[in-house]
Design a protein around this ligand. Sequence first.
Ligand SMILES: Cc1ncc(COP(=O)(O)O)c(C=O)c1O
Length: 442
Amino acid sequence: MSQSVLAPNDLEAYWMPFTANRAFKQAPRMLGRAKDMHYFTPDGRKLIDAAAGLWCCNAGHSRDPIVKAIQDQAAELDFSPPFQFGHPKAFQLATRLADLAPGDLDHVFFSNSGSEAVDTALKIAIAFHNVSGQGARQRLIGRVRGYHGVGFGGIAVGGMVANRKFFGSALPATDHLPATYNRAEQAFTRGEPEWGGHLADELENIVALHDASTIAAVIVEPMAGSTGALPAPRGYLQKLRAICDKYGILLIFDEVITGFGRLGHAFAAERYGVVPDMITFAKGVTSGTVPMGGVIVRKHVYDAFMKGPEHAVELFHGYTYSAHPLACAAALATLDVYEKEHLFENARKLESKWADAVHSLRGLPNVEDIRSIGIVGAIDLAPKADGAGKRGLDAMNEAFHRQDMLVRVAGDTIALSPPLMLNENHIAEIVDKVGKTIRAIA
Ligand SMILES: Cc1ncc(COP(=O)(O)O)c(C=O)c1O
């Protein structure tokens, strides 16, 4: 590692995303390489990865079969235009993903990120109603404390204040379901909270206000990840499905985080026995190695577009890098690793041990709530008197600089989501280090 990268003055040019740039550049948290469950700093310190990078690296880091697939693909076919041309791995991957998804979710549209996946799904929803003769259905319903990426579509249906307030009104025709989190009713819940299923009924009120004939789709995360890991209450998603069916509204599950084993199944839709009309995915599809996202749609949605003259483009949408060969090769190799190593089953098998371990942190200084589901843990810490988010930042710094661990924080919540190749020793190590972190910053 050259000294220039370690010297703060040379960090100026890079405007870092979702980062306190000035604080980072004073005390950088720099990563040099990664393998399996660990990151290594440029000066060789080994850190356990308690965040799967950024909810991405579900298969672990720099796994040999995935690395080789990417290298081989770069040498064989570097790029293939996705408009009017195809390459075999794109079709193979779409078939594999359709096989993984429940019900008749059997067609896949590729993007390069979760944000693009969300914008794609929202556009498909509006266009679907258009081609079905219901062009007045343009309104999109999200949820308070939802996160659907940073495109204008995603922030319009999203429910994180900071992501919305700086950027104007985004899309005009939106509305939001209430957040499902209520600490008084749900604190220290393992898995799905018992309280809150009734909040799905709020969709009836939204329909009553706008009329179903103007509503295209509802989009929710089965577990809101980026606002602090908030699992859907028991029965909530099933209720949303029933109300959407009643009014001809499309239901979209944003599974950018919950997809690919995070909740113990290929998709959370399977865990809940609910088949949405579309699933958005990204992150874990390539275990974070090459950017890729996409939307899996049900047959009736795809079929609605397959009309008209056969020489005509059916959906005016796509990205230069949709189904990029490197991403497809990485995704196929990643799905092989998930399958061969039974990583989704591993997550399911360890869920209860993981929950026991994470909930053992109850009672530590400043811990106000703990949530767990699948291989996800969230520990809410009391905000410091001098500013929300400061204790969270302290936790991330303490973990990184002194406990040799990478964690993600959302405000004052420590969010844990290690790679799914973890074992019981990793669980013990992570929770021990989180405990030391919380005590150290008290
Ligand atoms: C549920 C959800 N949707 C969309 C996104 C946006 O994905 P990306 O950052 O790849 O654009 C994220 C990112 O964390 C997410 O958690």
